[in-house]
Design a protein around this ligand. Structure first.
Ligand SMILES: Nc1ncnc2c1ncn2[C@@H]1O[C@H](COP(=O)(O)OP(=O)(O)OP(=O)(O)O)[C@@H](O)[C@H]1O
Ligand SMILES: [Mg+2]
Length: 384
């Protein structure tokens, strides 16, 4: 191969590599400084061989096979007859510092992007009064529905003592560390972080308020979330430390309240929602879960009674003096429970099922709602 044609080919390969995105960082590998070298030479069959040197963020990169095949495809798009060799190595500490600064877009110091002025990510905290009403199941399904509609979605499992999101989304990996920054694992197109990724299997987390606050702060500031359309936080039940930390760290976050139809559950949910008056958070709406069960013979059973969602919506509208809609009623559905156990959310796997359909319609309501200023803290101080 002549020098000139070699240079031209390398240029064409570099262009093609601009289209290869790092699976976790979702940016072109050429921009991220991951392409160390591209060299052209002769293949054994007297054709052309291109060797692409890639620097990974970490030696244990779980997605290196995915990256390798994307690089091979990109080179093949230039010329199918080229033999491609991908050589992996790992970024130096200096490269990682540069990458961190590039991703953060500043000197690399941690800030909570969602709390910055002008940030457009919609942040929803999924809360309830009582435990076990389906917050986590609803969080992962809303996230999955939004991601499959093409939005950039992140989920924080903020239920630090009772984390369950990794299982429900089928995430087994851990965040990748780039210097002091964490790159979240991606499942079903959703970026996910949970304390469950940092604790040994089966070990309980015994933390008090300040540590919980710090953990949440790290999830928000030290994790590279990229440009998210929606961030969902799965909260523990009730109005404890974490719910208050969320309100402090993310004053623009909106609450989604989950309740069952049972009046006892609804009354507790109203109290959880009323927290919004003290934190100045907006309440986006109420979701009633486990609303009924449709038996195989077509009979409908109100297993947990009826009316809870409507009651929470009406009472909170009254207390907060604004319309708090009932966003939807999700029936009891075996496929929802199975999907959660298997890490495949029903809204993705069985979107036509009774629960899948409602969850998808609720997800659409969340992104089409206008971003009003009601209930938002405007950070205005009186002039003395
Ligand atoms: N609509 C539904 N149909 C069938 N099973 C459901 C439904 N909603 C939730 N479940 C099941 O109920 C259980 C509790 O749900 P989930 O863990 O989502 O509740 P939670 O409110 O997050 O609980 P916790 O308060 O403990 O965090 C899970 O086993 C889940 O699979
Ligand atoms: Mg939960």
């Amino acid at each position: 191969m002549s020098q000139g044609s070699g240079d031209e080919l390398i240029g064409a390969v570099r262009n093609a590599l601009n289209r290869v995105h790092d699976p976790e960082l979702r940016q072109p590998i050429t921009d991220l400084g991951m392409v160390r070298s591209i060299t052209a030479g002769d293949a054994a069959d007297s054709g052309t061989r291109i060797t692409v040197g890639i620097d990974l963020t970490t030696a244990a990169c779980p997605l290196r096979h995915e990256l390798k095949s994307s690089v091979e495809q990109a080179v093949a798009s230039v010329d199918e007859s080229i033999e491609t060799v991908v050589e992996f190595s790992v970024m130096s500490p200096e490269q990682r510092v540069r990458l961190r600064a590039k991703l953060r877009g500043n000197d690399g110091s941690p800030v909570i992007p969602f709390a910055q002025p002008g940030n457009l990510t919609k942040v929803y905290a999924v809360a309830s009064g009582k435990g076990g009403v389906g917050k986590s199941s609803i969080t992962v399904n809303l996230a999955a529905a939004l991601a499959s509609d093409g939005l950039n979605v992140g989920v924080i499992d903020a239920d630090i003592h009772g984390f369950s999101v990794p299982r429900m989304l089928g995430v087994t990996g851990q965040p990748t560390r780039v210097d002091s920054m964490l790159i979240p694992p991606v499942a079903h197109g959703i970026k996910v972080v949970s304390i469950g990724m940092f604790t040994p299997r089966g070990r309980a987390v015994v933390w008090r308020g300040p540590m919980l606050h710090r953990a949440l702060e790290q999830f928000l500031a030290d994790v590279y979330w990229g440009d998210l359309d929606v961030l969902l936080l799965d909260l523990p039940p009730g109005t404890g430390d974490i719910a208050i930390s969320v309100a402090q760290l993310l004053p623009n976050s909106e609450l989604i309240l989950v309740t069952t139809p049972q009046v006892a559950a609804a009354e507790v949910a109203v109290r959880a929602g009323a927290l919004a008056t003290q934190t100045s958070q907006r309440v986006a709406g109420v979701i009633e879960n486990m609303s009924w069960f449709d038996g195989p013979d077509g009979t409908r059973l109100d297993v947990f009674g009826s009316g809870g969602g409507q009651l929470v919506s009406a009472e909170l509208s009254e207390t907060l003096q604004q319309d708090i809609p009932l966003l939807g009623q999700v029936p009891l559905d075996v496929s929802l429970r199975e999907g959660s156990d298997q890490g495949t959310p029903v809204a993705l796997e069985k979107p036509e099922s009774a629960s899948g359909e409602v969850l998808r319609s609720i997800a659409r309501k969340l992104v089409t709602r206008p971003r009003g200023l009601a209930g938002m803290s405007l950070g205005i101080e009186p002039v003395r």
